[in-house]
Design a protein around this ligand. Structure first.
Ligand SMILES: Nc1nc2c(ncn2[C@@H]2O[C@H](COP(=O)(O)OP(=O)(O)OP(=O)(O)O)[C@@H](O)[C@H]2O)c(=O)[nH]1
Length: 319
């Protein structure tokens, strides 16, 4: 029969037993005086902690917890449902008996864990799992906080693309990869045409919606390996690793073609309709031996300037 531990199980060590930290590892004299069963348990918990310490990635923590459970025969399969986007990670094999937990720590939601096994879970096994989940919860909280801070530092909050700071980091990384492997690299500078007019007619919030919609077109029009950034205002940069100039020009054409497919309603243009439909100008530079971040950016910017000067809605590059 299916054994299910209800969601909102007593997992938070602070609420599980006030004044008693269920997941705290006994140390020194206290550990020496514990009965064998408990020192075995403490050893297992210590092993888990050693695996988890230093990991600031939610997926890695979930995977390490599952491998710990699996090594101890505590689970054949596991799912972890993250908070926020609800992304689900699956490990091992699905089985009949399950133990389900919602992880919270100090009122912060940390996701749902469901462990499953062919055999029923015994009370002492469930206790071990719950103690371990206390440790996992602390590591998850630190990882989630770390990832939130990291995205605040590197992400543009309006569009979800990388910001200028992360562009700087990625160009450096991709340039050294290109030099090492002698592989092509291209960079696009994109500027929305007459965006001031759009802003003036739709207001700042309407303008923001147009920028977000355009950014989504960039995401859909490029490869998973391409790196997208908002350079600032209505200007964007796309870094295309392993892409030569003809490839980058194709990608730029695809972006403009996909922009044309967006309806006026989706852009939120209201009664202004087609007259206000946004287009973009694109300047492309491909890597030349000796290029640095600034020479690559400068060349793409010069080509963008020519695209603007040529009447906008154009793509310019070095060939
Ligand atoms: N809605 C919105 N507008 C922004 C944001 N950042 C910058 N802008 C506006 O973007 C507009 C950029 O306009 P300009 O740089 O003058 O260029 P343009 O009107 O696009 O003209 P061309 O580039 O020459 O085709 C300005 O009106 C800025 O106020 C933002 O985050 N949201």
């Amino acid at each position: 029969m299916k054994k299910v531990i209800p969601l909102h199980s007593k997992l938070d060590p602070e609420t599980r037993s006030p004044g008693h930290t269920a997941t705290a590892l006994p140390t020194g004299e206290a550990l020496a005086n514990l009965p064998g069963r408990w020192s075995d348990g403490a050893e297992q918990q210590l092993l888990l902690m050693q695996r988890l310490i230093g990991s600031n990635n939610v997926d890695t923590i979930a995977s390490m917890f599952f491998s710990w459970c699996s090594d101890l025969g505590l689970a054949d399969g596991m799912t972890y449902e993250a908070v926020g986007d609800g992304a689900e990670l699956r490990f091992g094999t699905r089985r009949h008996h399950s133990a389900n937990y919602t992880l919270t720590l100090d009122s912060m939601e940390l996701g749902r864990v469901s462990l499953c096994r062919r055999e029923r879970f015994s009370e002492s096994e469930l206790l071990s799992i719950e103690q371990a989940l206390g440790t996992v919860a602390r590591c998850l909280r630190a990882a989630i906080e770390y990832q939130t801070l990291e995205s605040m530092v590197n992400q543009d909050s309006l569009t979800g693309l990388g910001n200028r700071l992360s562009l700087h980091k990625w160009i450096e990384r991709e340039l050294s990869r290109t030099r090492r492997h002698n592989s092509p690299l291209a960079l696009m500078m994109i500027d929305v045409d007459h965006f001031k007019k759009i802003n003036d007619r739709l207001g700042h919030l309407g303008g923001d919606h147009v920028l977000r919609t355009i950014a989504n077109v960039f995401k859909r029009s490029t490869r998973g390996s391409d790196l997208l950034f908002r350079y600032g205002g209505d200007e964007f940069t796309i870094l295309l690793p392993h892409t030569d100039l003809p490839g980058a020009r194709e990608a730029a054409k695809q972006i403009r073609a996909n922009l044309k497919r967006i309806s006026s309603e989706d852009f939120g243009l209201g009664e202004h309709g087609e007259g206000l439909r946004p287009d973009v100008s694109i300047g492309i530079a491909s890597y030349h031996a000796g290029d640095t971040e600034s020479t690559l950016l400068q060349r793409a910017d010069t080509h963008l300037y020519h695209a603007k000067a040529n009447g906008r809605g154009a793509i310019c590059s070095n060939v």
